[in-house]
Design a protein around this ligand. Structure first.
Ligand code: GUN
Length: 293
């Protein structure tokens, strides 16, 4: 078994981005790429993600700003914030961290974001372009998974890929990307969800198994074909007395047992997570270079 070391690859890509920021922006006297994040409320996971994104931005020389609002912000006010960021010519791209409080219509907010600044790739225009294989912002986690497979030279063409979970953020877009007629595509993809029958039997057919269900330890060794490639997108915080933060992270896959059977596997933490953050940096660089219009 080999680890798909997302941390290592993300660090390599960050170095590449930092070099590009220096040569294409600093050395030419051009303002660095600028990403803004909108954070509503105090969800601990969202706060951790936004802090990690800010840190990564600093590391590569980007400008980052965070707009924080209390969880009782009105939908109208949040739409105004989106309008403001759409119009701010100094901000190349921005994200609205999800989930939003229940009284806010998430889709309305997403659809208000200018697709040219939608570095999360959540706007229907970007999703439509992704389906049509046109230049667009790809959402960060699916892009991170594809990049990880590419950097490890894992062939996807003609392979059986099984994706567990059909979320708009991960499962659905990654299933489309892997089935597209493109590099890191051309796979035969099966997308499993809550109505799927006998998920263990379907998963066991996978050459590449992508797990994004949000169920801790769901995938056990019997659901994995020998020498399969396993990508674990799950992130669960469990209390721990051994860490400073008071918790540690676990995935959707029973890593200890599955890792003995598969050829490659992403650890949690240090697999998909760092790749997601670095993908957001790549999208922001594209936005600053006006590569997506
Ligand atoms: N919440 C969980 N993942 C994401 C993400 O990639 N982007 C945003 N905006 N919110 C999230």
């Amino acid at each position: 078994m080999k680890l798909l070391d997302g941390k290592l690859i993300a660090d390599q890509i960050k170095t590449e981005i930092a070099t590009e920021v220096k040569t294409d922006f600093f050395d030419k006297g051009i303002d660095a790429p600028h990403i803004a994040a909108v954070l509503v409320g105090e969800d601990p996971a969202s706060m951790t993600y936004v802090a990690a994104k800010e840190k990564a931005c600093r590391e590569v020389g980007f400008i980052s700003s965070v707009y924080r609002y209390p969880s009782n912000i009105t939908q109208e006010k949040l739409l105004e914030v989106v309008d403001f960021l759409n119009d701010d010519s100094e901000v190349h791209g921005f994200i609205v961290q999800l989930p939003l409080p229940a009284h806010i219509d998430e889709q309305r907010i997403i659809e208000r974001i200018d697709p040219k600044k939608d570095v999360d790739g959540f706007h229907p225009v970007n999703i439509g372009k992704m389906v049509l294989n046109q230049p667009c912002f790809l959402s960060a986690t699916p892009l991170g998974i594809i990049t990880l497979l590419e950097r490890y030279n894992i062939e996807t063409a003609g392979k059986n890929v099984v994706v567990l979970g059909r979320s708009h953020i991960v499962g659905t877009p990654v299933s489309i990307l892997l089935s597209r007629k493109s590099a890191a595509g051309n796979a035969t993809v099966t997308l499993c969800h809550s109505f799927s029958q006998d998920i263990p039997a379907i998963a066991a057919q996978a050459d590449i198994l992508i797990v994004a269900m949000g169920k801790m330890g769901f995938v056990t060794a019997d659901m994995v074909k020998k020498d399969a490639v396993v990508i674990d997108v799950g992130v669960h915080r469990i209390p721990s007395t051994e860490t400073k933060s008071g918790f540690r992270l676990k995935g959707d896959v029973d890593f200890d047992r599955v890792s003995r059977k598969c050829s490659y596997i992403t650890p949690v933490p240090g697999g998909v997570g760092p790749m997601t953050i670095v993908s957001l940096l790549q999208n922001t660089l594209k936005a600053a270079k006006k590569e997506i219009i």
